[in-house]
Design a protein around this ligand. Sequence first.
Ligand SMILES: CNc1ncnc2c1ncn2[C@@H]1O[C@H](COP(=O)(O)O)[C@@H](O)[C@H]1O
Ligand SMILES: [Zn+2]
Length: 354
Amino acid sequence: GMETDADTFYRHLPKAELHAHLNGSVSFATMKKLIARKPHLNIEHSMTAISSGQRRTLEECFQMFKVIHQLVDSEEDILMVTKDVVREFATDGVKYLELRSTPREEAKSGLSKTRYVETIIEAIRQSKQDEVDIDVRFLVSVDRRNGPRVAMETVKLAEDFMLSSDGLVLGLDLSGDPAVCNGKDMLPALQRARNSGLKLALHLSEVPSQKEESEILLNLPPDRIGHGTFLHPEVGGSDSLVDKVCKQKIPIELCLTSNVKDQTVPSYDKHHFQYWYDRGHPCVLCTDDKGVFCTDLSQEYQLAASIFALGPEAVWDLSHQAVQCSFAPEPLKQQLKRRWAELRPQVLQPPPLQ
Ligand SMILES: CNc1ncnc2c1ncn2[C@@H]1O[C@H](COP(=O)(O)O)[C@@H](O)[C@H]1O
Ligand SMILES: [Zn+2]
């Protein structure tokens, strides 16, 4: 449809995306190219994305990732997908992106976990060379489904890349189906990651009844929390969990459309953004899986503003705060903050039309 002034404001607003899973971020255009490469799989776009107004269960979402993984299973695919995703975030006005992905080995295409990460790093470098206007860093994901042994291997892989990637690999993400595997078993791997200087972004309390696990993981503590949907007492969490998060000022990555479409939150206006934002807690709006949930970061900011009645200044402060919550080293944070300051007058007080 037509772009309104509001659309323009949110697209021009400089943004930092801190919670984006690579294979969940594949756009419709890229999906078409992948499906054309592998017609024998008989995959249709409706099997990899939840269009507007539709909902699925979290379980169904994890089925979708399996389908997408069939389509993205070679070095060539990963290179294309990463470059496309980076370019799309840049087009949406994202100036800083922390991309995350689970290293996978694929016997069929001869892909190893090391090559998987190397290929993503190569795609990030190529995007920089092509002068795509965005700084990209990478977090290595641990899929809880694969258990503690693989988690430890993944941490070692992440450590190696942290030291050899010129600062592109900054941290570790714990994700995957929360119904599978107790996060407590991941503790040794996560502790090791933390001790070696990897930043930790952990999916926490994405579903109810993970109180005990969240208590334990919050003691690490993580550097950021993904979702945290069921941490507060009103939804079955506890004061003790909220206290831990608040006292340690652990930023929370909030993904509105993701949570509504996968039905962990009943509706946009009931989203826990409100709870944390009202307490002045650091909140970061993110997309989670822009491909699967058919959204982009501009849309997430626009939704939050309209549902929680945020004015332009408040929206600006949110996007500015996201830089502070990032894992970027201090000089890059300062550079990004200067960028934000330069763009501010154009975005908040656009010059009058000629
Ligand atoms: C919707 N809520 C969510 N909760 C937990 N984990 C999620 C997720 N969305 C995505 N992932 C994690 O990211 C993987 C896909 O990207 P990569 O292959 O790693 O790039 C999924 O398989 C899952 O492990
Ligand atoms: Zn996620």
